[in-house]
Every structure is written in structure tokens, then in C-alpha cells.
Write a protein that binds this ligand. Sequence first.
Ligand code: SF4
Length: 676
Amino acid sequence: MQLYCNSLTTYSRLKTKEVKIGDLLLGNHHPIRVQTMTTTDTMNTIATVEQTIRCIEAGAELVRITAPSIKEAENLLNIKNELHKRGYKIPLIADIHFTPNAAELAARIIEKVRVNPGNYVDKKKFEQIEYTDIEYAEEIDRIRERFTPLLKICKEYGTAMRIGTNHGSLSDRIMSRYGDTPMGMVESAMEFLRIARGENYHNIVLSMKASNPKVMVHAYRLLIQQMDAEFGECYPLHLGVTEAGDGEDGRVKSAVGIGTLLEDGIGDTIRVSLTEDPEFEIPVCKDLVKRYNFSNTAKPNATIPEITTQLLHKLPSFGGVGGGRRESFAVENIGGNHVPIVIADLSKLDEITPEKLTNVGYTYNAALDKWNIADAAADYIYTGKAVLNFNLPGTLKVITLPNYWQTAFDKEKYFPIYDAKGFVETENKVSDKINFVMLDCFNDDTQINDFTYLDELANQPTVVLCLSSINKYPMAAVRRMFVELMNRNIKNPVVLLVDSYWQTADEHLIHYATEAGALLLDGFGDGICLGMSSDSYQNSNQQLTGRNYSTNHSVEQFINSTAFSILQATRTRISKTEYISCPSCGRTLFDLQETTAKIRKRTHHLKGVKIAIMGCIVNGPGEMADADFGYVGSGIGKITLYKGKEIVKRNIDSEIAVDELIHLLKANDAWVEPET
Ligand code: SF4
């Protein structure tokens, strides 16, 4: 396999082996299965059963339950029996870390076990030990010895297994050889997979989770290539972004990571890890999956030209590797080394007043005649036909249709937007600073080989291209156009225009995060502008409040905030604090949702600081990945605070722990006072 998927220009599911989990078939083109994990104490049978039922009724097809020790593994039988008694028979999964004995017992009771290759045999000590090749091979033998009994039990009982690698909990052995890298994640799973194949056990699903979608996407792509190269076949993939957090941020981060892979036909089952009750994860999973039911889409199925081998090498993500960014020149503050800009579409408002700009980050204080600019303030607004009759905040600029731009007095602040034909045919009536030029990508078959406008626009120093598509596969169409730009050495900056035709806030959010996120993760895009179809806009004022993820914001505020969240999730522009909070499980030692809300309230203004909030000390420190500070449950009513991976305060009283976290931020120059 040259790349990591069947096709970059049409939707095609990656073929994987079929796995049987109880009566459920997964992989091999079976529907993408949705799953979640309980957050109750596994020893509380009734609470776990009832939460599992809520998840099943929301649509979960598999439910995972933590089994930290033998006693929880034993109690899985009571949970399973009670569920069966109540008529619920979906497959259950035991989540195992550190305790092979619990895995071996659980594998005899329920349908699937999840093992973490980072800690199934190895204990994480955060030590950097140098291994010789002989020592490394001895370690693999030790793993084989300890892992084989579980494989034999799974074979005997027909139990499935997930080898679930987490970026944050790689073993010291893997870290010493590969570092904290996507390749290390892949090798961590491959070591276990090779042993399983050696035992002729194949009922296996794999995952490569990370809290950073970029790392996660890269690791899955590498894993597919590695499996294909080594075995000539792929095992099914369970997709997820770990510790994604809650609310909008959690959904956007998950959709960026999971959606990017689903777009390319990768993924056989998904879990969206939110710091919320697990049943709330299911609608998000369903929204992600239903995008690939193309049977009732009316979008044009125009051909997107193949990406030839020669063109493949133009992709910044060639070989699955993230990190590269398409080179562009700067037009004012767009492209080059600038962070991606955000354009807010205000053209559907009846009237644009200073008050309306609050929705996109600019608050006018009439008493002081002063604009207050938020960290997540749009850089440009698109007003369509409106030229504004008030003074704009200093950093804000306006884009209008060409005829209205002509009438605008301040040409330092106002810029025109053309379609490609309109721009090419306009003689001299263009801005000498910035001209936005819209280009459709493969909306119909006439465009397959006709790049006439592209050549006429190429490298004009004031042109910012705005790419969009209404193709059935819009992300693939826009990506293909980027390849064409690179092929023709066209370096104009590009803004991604993403329109949504969906209806609910959740659907819009997932659509924007998937379409724009997939391109940004692959190094494409110098800006984004998210829009809504007129129908969706008309309906949206009611719909934006109706779902589990509820927002009382106006459409403009919702879209602006989503745009900044997508840039944050793709790590292309940091405008707020990042929270890496675990979804909680039976190991959790405090109310994670309440605590996360409390910490968010005190720290949400700390742009760029990454704070982890983790439910337990067993997995928390390992899994909080690249957080700057950690707040980790270490006993009933006890919290341990971390700076990076280092403990700074152990077992402090939870009553004072948030204050102590603030002291820690202050002591490390990570604190600024919030604006009043
Ligand atoms: S870090 Fe959170 S989700 Fe992970 S095992 Fe601990 S409490 Fe459970």
C-alpha cells in the first residue's frame, strides 16, 4: 500500500479482517460500530448495569467497563447476568491496565478484553534506560511469556481483544528506543500483535489513541502501513482521541481526529471520550458515522481526478506523516508564517451593529469609546453587501462583494471577494492589498482537466484563494485542489471555506471539525471561514439549543468559537487554555465533571497553557501526555499536583486543591490575572 488508505479522491472503506465480539461482527466492511465506557464503580453492580443500559438505549453497540483488579473482573459476571436478566445482551469489554490476572479472568467471563501494551507487562517508571539489542529481545520474550496465557484463554473462550496503545502510556522500553513518537506507539502494538499472530490468534482490534489529534492520526496511518508491509493485511481499527475533555472542545478535538481518519475510509469502531456521562458520547459518535451514509445525499458526484504517484509526493502528509505545512507567501497577515486567520460570516444578519461584533470577539465599551478584543476574535468579517457605518476595532478588517467594496471609503480596512472568473475579467478594479478569490473544487466534471483560472490567478501577489466544494466528497475535492496548487508551484495563501447543510449544533460542529480539521492536520490552509446554508441558518436559532451539547449562543458566536476550537485542536493557532481531562471510569476518585468545570472557571483565560485533570494516579500521570500541569486524584479526597511529569505536591486535600493548582501556575509564571 503506497499510502494509508484505498483512495484520497473517493470514499472507500479500508478492508480489515473480520472480528467477532460475542454476536457482533466488526471490521471487513461491517458498519462502523459505536461504543463507550462506563464511569461507575465496577463493584457497584446495579449502578454499572443501569448506566450500561442508558448507553445501550442511546445506541452503544459495545460497552467497556474497567477491571482494575481481580475483584472487579469477578464482578463482571454479576453485571453481565443482571444485564441479560433485563434483556440486554450487547458485548461487554473489560478495560485492563497493569493486571494480567484480571484480564485472564475477565476473558473467561465477557466478550472482549482491552489491554494496554504500555502497561500490561511493563510497569511505568518514567525511566530512560538504554537497552542493547539482546536486552530488548529478552524483554520481548518476557512479554511473550506473560501475554501468551491470555491469548490462549481468548482462543479457548472465543473472546476478542483490543490492543489499545495510548500515546501517554508507552512503556519505558518503547520510550527508550523510539521516544514518545507515533512510531513508538505503532511498535508498542506491533510487538503484542506479532506474539498474538504467533499463537494463531486473530480476533484482534487495535487502537492508537492520543490526546493530540495530530499525533493520533499520524499513528493510525503508520500502523496501517506497518501492518500492510509486515502481514499484507490489516486488523480492524478502533478510533478515539483520549482525554478530549468536555463540551465543544471535547467534541471538536474528537471530530478532528476521528473524522480525519473516517474521511479516508479508516476505522471500524469509534469511541468519543468526553468528560461527561457516557451516554452523551453516543450521539456524537452517531453524528460522525452517519456522514458516510451517502445514499440520501443530493450532492454532485463529480469526478475528482486521481492523485498519481508523482503527485502523492507533493502531499505534506505523504507517508502518513503529519507536521508538514504547505508553503505559501504572505498576503498582508494571511499565509507565510502567520497563524491561520478566521473569517466570520456576518452576511446573514439583518443589520451589523457594534453590539453584534461581540459575537465574534469584539466588545464595544461606549463609555470609554474603546473596543475590548478577545483572544478568539475573528480577523476578518464577511459582510456581503454591507459597508458599515461605525468605526471598526483596530485589528478587524472587512470583506465585501466587489461592487460594495468600491463604495467603501477605507481601502485599508475593506477588501473585495470575487469568484475566479469575476476576478480574471475585472480590469484594474481590484485592491492593491488583498483580493479574496473563490474557487470551486470539482463541483462538476468540466473541471477535471480545466485549470485555466488557476493559471491566471497563480502567484498574483494580492490574491488569497478561497477553496470550497459541494462535491459529494468535499474534503477530498479541496485536498485534491491543494495537490494541484502544489503541482503547479502556486504559493498563494488559501482560506478554507466550509459550508454546512446540517441542522443541529452537534451536526454542524462535527461537519466543520471534520472538513476543516482534516485539511489543517495535513498542513493545508492559511485561514478558515465557516458558513451555514440559508435553510440551516433559518432553522438554527431553535436547533442550536436542542441537544446534549447545548449552546445558547447566536449562530455567529457558535461558528466563531468553533473556528477557534478547530484551530486549537489542530494546534495551528492557540487561543485558549487546553484541558486534557479523562472521561473518568470506575477508578475515578472525584467528581471529574464538577472539578473540570471548577478548574475551567478559574483558568479559562490562560491562553496556551495545557492542564490535565485525571481521575486516578494509576493511569492519570501516564496518560496526561504533554500537559504542562496535572491535577490527579490520588486517594479519596486527595489530589496530587504535577508540573509536566513531575510531582510537585502529593496528596493534598481536595478542598484546597484548585487553589493550590492556581498557586502552582503562579509559581511557574503560567498565570495572568483575568480581565475584569
Ligand atoms: S485516568 Fe481517568 S479514565 Fe483513565 S483509568 Fe484513571 S480514572 Fe479511569
